[in-house]
Design a protein around this ligand. Structure first.
Ligand code: ADP
Ligand code: MG
Length: 568
């Protein structure tokens, strides 16, 4: 009879797992420890894939990019206090980038935490998470697990996607309840991200503006990539004939080699356009806030497509706000591209094409130099060809010069293949993104990393080897941050931005059974990366770059404050 009674019980552990599975969660990224070690084990036993990392921030970044790639919330599981805080950085980053993610952290005893009596890893995690994410919830009763998980999922993916914190106190996991009642308490979220149809009057207003434009421009942002409305967007761009400019993670939505791409004529396009249609792109610092030198003197009107109404007028006036989900909005615009539509004046499209051709021709010889030591251009010329030959590969990219130059040089051909530092321009996303890209898509992954950027998540090469993921990491090793040439004016220490000269990051990979290669020329780099991508074996290629190559902070050196009393 005791065994009989047990069979009819369930507990917090199992309800969490059942709630996640019921809602289609297939993978969890995390770091085990008190109080969630057994939860991870049980998830694995119940068929959820659990990818265990070496540091929570990397697991969190993996969950965040899984959310971007799949439109389902990526799940990160951490221990309390410090583990939670490590994961929280990734959750805040996900929220900033509008990626759906749920950070689930175990927490200590509420009774002790609230009286501040000094529990193991004591911290009021819910209060700390709240201002840094889209929503935060705590579940205290096993019977509420179903609702708690449902709320977290809906909050993460509906409207503007973002990060959600779910606090699960240690005591919850062991709570038992009747199995049948438990099963009934679970909630399968129906239509978690409902379509949001734009008002017809708003669509008309936007179309009128576009029709009157002489120099129209479409800017595609990562919201457009996230929306997975690839066909609608392509149809609109091609039928309208308007030049388009992809933001970094929207590259490949239409191929960078598309005749309407204004990518290589960015400055001209932004300066001279008269009507700009923003699709899932914010007018934040990455677009110079929609004003100033970048945008030139010619008066401009903005049309903005965004699911978040509050985004409108955030930096400049939006003449035609189009609030809705990108799929629905672009479909509505397509429906109005009828016989009365005229493609933009040839003078405009020709100006852009000429500028683009000139810039591409100017860049070409720099990419072909087979020099030793390599500089960023010659090394990236080699990687450009690797991706051209493998357009379905995932590309992860971070660094300063390594990021800015790769973004411009490596053409992308398919949607959601380029994953990078995003809205914050944050370093440290590299290995987390690479791991989730491999796990979620099953594709080969190429991570192009500055040597400094790699350092923030480098220990995860062990994770890559452990799960035998098809990830090729290329370290652009110029011995430091921006450059490898700084010195301490007093002569006491190394300069503040340099690392050990001649470091061999490839040896790190070998330590865990992966393949390590050191290369010094673009030809060698091309051959090594091609072989690694074809083999699919975890590989790290240390690419020796001239320590004098690179500029301070890459393209954004102007953001560095200058001392007015600096000694000469
Ligand atoms: P980028 O950095 O590429 O310019 P941003 O992150 O600045 O892109 O902008 C993405 C925008 O896309 C956000 O304002 C977000 O609200 C919006 N967005 C995300 N998903 C959707 C969607 N499905 N429909 C409409 N807008 C979306
Ligand atoms: Mg460097």
């Amino acid at each position: 009879p005791a065994a009989e009674a047990e069979r009819d019980l369930t507990d917090g552990f199992h309800l969490v797992i059942d709630a996640l599975k019921l809602n289609g969660i297939e993978t969890i990224y995390g770091v085990p420890g008190i109080p969630i070690t057994d939860l991870g084990r049980m998830c694995q036993a119940e068929g959820i894939r659990v990818i265990s990392f070496r540091h929570e921030q990397n697991a969190g970044n993996a969950a965040a990019i899984a959310g971007f790639l799949t439109k389902k919330p990526g799940i990160c599981l951490t221990v309390s206090a410090p583990g939670f805080l490590n994961g929280l950085t990734a959750l805040a980053n996900a929220t900033t980038n509008c990626f759906p993610m749920i950070l689930i952290s175990g927490s200590s005893e509420r009774e002790i935490v609230d009286l501040q009596q000094g529990d193991y890893e004591e911290m009021d995690q819910l209060a700390i998470a709240k201002p840094l994410c889209k929503a935060a919830f705590r579940v205290l009763h096993a019977a509420d697990i179903g609702i708690g998980v449902a709320r977290a999922i809906r909050a993460a993916v509906s409207g503007r996607p973002g990060g959600v914190y779910l606090d699960l106190p240690a005591k919850l996991f062991g709570q038992v309840m009747d199995a049948e009642a438990g099963a009934k308490s679970l909630v399968k979220v129906i239509d978690p991200a409902p379509a949001q149809i734009p008002a017809p009057a708003a669509v008309d207003r936007a179309m009128e503006l576009l029709k009157g434009a002489e120099r129209p421009l479409i800017i595609l942002g990562k919201g457009a990539a996230y929306a997975q409305a690839d066909d609608e967007i392509r149809t609109f761009v091609e039928k309208s004939g308007i030049p388009f400019l992809p933001m970094s993670m929207a590259k490949g939505l239409l191929p960078d080699t598309h005749p309407q791409s204004a990518g290589a004529a960015r400055s001209t396009a932004l300066k001279d356009a008269d009507v700009v249609l923003l699709v899932g792109a914010r007018l934040n610092w990455l677009l110079s806030h929609g004003k100033g030198k970048t945008w030139g003197d010619a008066p401009k009107k903005f049309i903005q497509v965004d699911i978040e109404p509050k985004e409108m007028d955030s930096n400049v006036e939006i003449a035609a706000p189009l609030v809705g989900d990108i799929g629905s909005v672009i479909a509505a615009l397509n429906a109005r591209l009828d016989g009365s539509w005229k493609v933009p004046p040839a003078q405009w499209t020709e100006t852009i094409r000429a500028k683009k051709d000139a810039n591409i021709a100017k860049m070409a010889p720099k990419l072909l130099k087979n020099s030793v030591p390599m500089d960023f251009h010659s090394a990236l010329g080699a990687l450009k060809n690797v991706i051209k030959e493998r357009p379905d590969a995932m590309l992860v990219n971070e660094g300063a010069n390594t990021l800015d130059l790769a973004r411009g040089i490596i053409d992308m051909y398919e949607p959601r293949k380029r994953l990078d530092v995003g809205t914050w321009g944050v370093m440290g996303i590299g290995m987390g993104f690479a791991i989730a890209a491999a796990v979620e898509t099953g594709k080969k992954v190429l991570a192009v990393e500055g040597d400094s950027a790699f350092g923030f998540s480098g220990m995860e090469v062990e994770t890559i080897c452990r799960y035998n993921l098809p990830v090729t990491i290329v370290i652009f090793n110029n011995n430091g941050i921006y450059r490898g040439t700084d010195t301490d004016p007093t002569g006491r220490d190394p300069g503040t931005t340099v690392f050990v000269p001649g470091s061999r990051y490839d040896k790190m990979m070998e330590a865990f059974g992966g393949v390590g290669v050191n290369v010094t020329s673009p030809d060698e780099l091309y051959r090594a990366v091609s072989a690694a991508m074809d083999s699919g074996k975890p590989t790290l290629i240390n690419a020796e770059i001239d320590p004098a190559a690179g500029s301070e902070s890459g393209n954004i050196g102007s953001l560095n404050p200058q001392s007015v009393v600096k000694k000469k």
